[in-house]
Design a binder for this molecule. Structure first.
Ligand code: NAP
Length: 480
């Protein structure tokens, strides 16, 4: 019946006149009903009015309603339901039973369930499925629940533009999606009403993909902070009785940040390398990766962004070094002592080369780091072709890792030869943090050697090792 009506439409707009009612509404003032005059109902009503719809509110107390939206009508639920095909149910799920006596008026209507819950699995079934069971004659569509009343009120200028829609009736979903489009939102069809629970869980998510990267970042920061505290501060106090605890604030922080940043950048590229070796070992790409590798690969973007954050802190800490009291004091003291002892120092070209190269590689590495961060933003990555995106994220990403690793190697230079740096037989933090990036870069180097690269490329194009010699029975078609 709905399809029939839609085919009769003369205008480009979706007609929202009730399917079983003979109340034709001209397209320019299509009517939409909103049950509930609370926060979301009012914001939705306002946005609908701004988009040119006629809005009828269904309320328990239509006469005493405090709703003051200019141009909207407020009626009782039954009367309001009869005035439009599309009804937004902007009422908490706990009160849905008021809809049962309205079953007749709601028959054939499209009901949009916008409700959310306070926690996951609060009810045995999704709110939208519950609504459908209460009003079986209506077509329930889940949607708009990921928008807040506030963002709706903000109008089209708000960046939050996506609405997820699901429902069992294709026509009903089209009606809802047409309204969403007219409101300046982009509607994404997620499938049948069985997906409703997933959509209801969306607003309850708490950084699901950031949890593992955040834990890694906090764990690494804490581990290296205590390691460096013992090696540098406590060691100086225990062996020389020297109190250099003031170094915790800048020197220690400026060691922890680059260390964590470099390890996290390596962790960002390690799963890709491991996945390639796994495919090489298995000789096929048609076997699933283990779950841990899958989850690891899924959080690479977050690992990379956190690593960029730590690199940024390292840059800030480095930039403030010249204004540190400790450094200014040390430079003055050193100069004065040279003058007092009438000593001169000679310019060491090697040290100058080393210092400049170290700084230059750091700057280049950080520049590429920022580029990687920018291209991971959806607004930027959406305009890149797949090849452009993979060039930046993979090729330039590995180059960033190489530059930052080289920056750290130059920082150490030949100091690893001096036994005095192994305080309490422990290596400095920057040496420890070089292990993982060096391993990742070596493995990547192996992967890009022509013979290995050729095999990997063939596997990714669908070639399987041993497929030619397999029992011909195996390759028989399933359906003869
Ligand atoms: P609200 O401010 O509490 O408003 C709910 C409205 O429901 C009330 O104003 C009332 O309107 C009506 N109502 C209350 N008790 C009722 C009953 N026993 N029988 C019939 N109607 C009743 O809630 P809200 O924030 O607008 O949220 C409404 C729905 O939208 C909820 O399911 C919520 O999960 C969902 N949602 C809200 C937001 C948000 O940002 N607020 C975002 C996404 C989804 P009348 O007095 O006019 O009858």
């Amino acid at each position: 019946m709905m399809g029939q009506e839609r085919s009769e439409e003369k205008s480009e707009c979706v007609s929202l006149s009730p399917m079983r009612e003979a109340v034709p509404a001209p397209p320019e003032c299509e009517r939409v009903c909103v049950f509930g005059t609370g926060d979301l109902g009012r914001s939705l009503g306002l946005r609908l009015l701004q988009a040119g719809y006629g809005v009828v509110f269904g309320s328990r107390r239509p006469h005493s309603s405090s709703l003051l939206l200019h141009g909207a009508q407020v009626l009782g639920h039954a009367a309001a339901a009869q005035s439009a095909l599309l009804i937004f149910i902007a009422v908490q799920r706990e009160h849905y039973d008021f809809l049962v006596p309205l079953a007749n008026q709601l028959k054939g209507k499209v009901l949009v369930d916008v409700s959310n819950n306070l926690r996951k699995n609060q009810y045995p079934e999704a709110n939208a499925e519950y609504l459908q069971s209460l009003v079986p004659g209506a077509e329930v569509v889940k949607g708009f629940n990921t928008l807040s009343a506030w963002s709706l009120q903000n109008g089209p200028s708000d960046a939050n533009r996506q609405v997820y829609i699901c429902g069992d009736s294709v026509e009903a979903k089209q009606v809802v999606m047409a309204v969403a489009t007219k409101l300046g939102l982009s509607a994404l069809d997620q499938g049948s009403l069985s997906v409703a629970r997933e959509l209801e869980d969306f607003p309850l998510q708490l950084f699901p993909q950031w949890r593992l990267p955040l834990r890694i970042a906090i764990g690494l920061s804490a581990a290296f902070f205590f390691y460096l505290l013992i090696r540098d501060i406590i060691y100086a106090y225990a062996t020389q009785g020297e109190d250099i605890s003031f170094r915790i604030m800048v020197s220690l922080a400026n060691q922890v940040c680059p260390i964590v940043s470099l390890i996290m950048l390596s962790l960002c590229y390690l799963p890709g390398v491991l996945a390639s070796f796994l495919q090489l070992y298995r000789g096929t790409k048609y076997r699933r990766f283990p779950n841990w590798l899958d989850s690891w690969m899924l959080c690479r973007k977050q690992l990379g962004l956190l690593s960029l954050g730590f690199a940024f802190l390292h840059v800030l800490y480095t930039l403030i070094l010249p204004i540190r009291y400790y450094l200014m004091f040390w430079v003055t003291e050193h100069t004065v002592s040279l003058i007092r002892e009438n000593k001169t120092t000679t310019f060491d070209t090697t040290t100058a080369w080393r210092g400049d190269s170290y700084l230059s590689l750091g700057i280049l590495g950080f520049g590429l780091y920022v580029l990687l961060g920018i291209t991971s933003l959806p607004s930027v990555s959406n305009v890149l072709s797949w090849r452009e995106f993979s060039f930046v994220q993979s090729k330039l990403g590995h180059l960033t890792l190489l530059l930052c690793t080289a920056h750290t190697y130059l920082y150490g230079w030949n100091r690893f030869l001096s036994s005095s740096i192994y305080k309490w037989y422990t290596p400095p933090g920057y040496m420890l943090c070089l292990v993982l990036p060096s391993v990742v870069l070596l493995l990547k180097l192996l992967l890009i050697t022509p013979c290995v690269d050729r095999t990997i490329t063939r596997i990714r194009q669908g070639w399987e090792r041993g497929a030619d010699q397999r029992n011909p029975k195996d390759s028989q078609p399933l359906i003869p």
